[in-house]
Design a binder for this molecule. Structure first.
Ligand SMILES: [Zn+2]
Length: 106
């Protein structure tokens, strides 16, 4: 079970809204998913970045800002978009599981 993604560092609202914008326009795609980490492609304003979210709540991104470790640096908009993408996917999976158990109980 993956635990909920929590915000570890102070988030600047401009970074959050940028990340939300990337997420909303479908700029996030999963590359590889392992037990310990998820690799995602994120389309930034000018280029694509590789984001990695790890199960110990750390992350990195190939952009300048995101290459700093969690707790030391600032979340970049690409990591924000990835977190939004993953948490939405997890809740969609939960909804799917509920729907499935409901129909099988019939
Ligand atoms: Zn980034």
């Amino acid at each position: 079970m993956q635990k909920a993604v929590t915000c570890l560092v102070p988030l600047r609202s401009s970074i959050y809204s940028k990340g939300l914008e990337i997420y909303r326009r479908g700029g996030v795609a999963i590359d590889v998913e392992t037990e310990k980490s998820v690799y995602l492609f994120v389309e930034g304003e000018h280029q694509k970045y590789d984001v990695r979210l790890m199960s110990d709540d750390t992350f990195n991104c190939t952009c300048k800002l995101g290459s700093l470790k969690a707790g030391k640096g600032v979340l970049c908009s690409h990591v924000v978009a990835s977190i939004l993408f993953m948490s939405e996917r997890q809740s969609a999976e939960k909804r799917g599981a509920v729907a499935k158990s409901e129909s099988s109980a019939d």
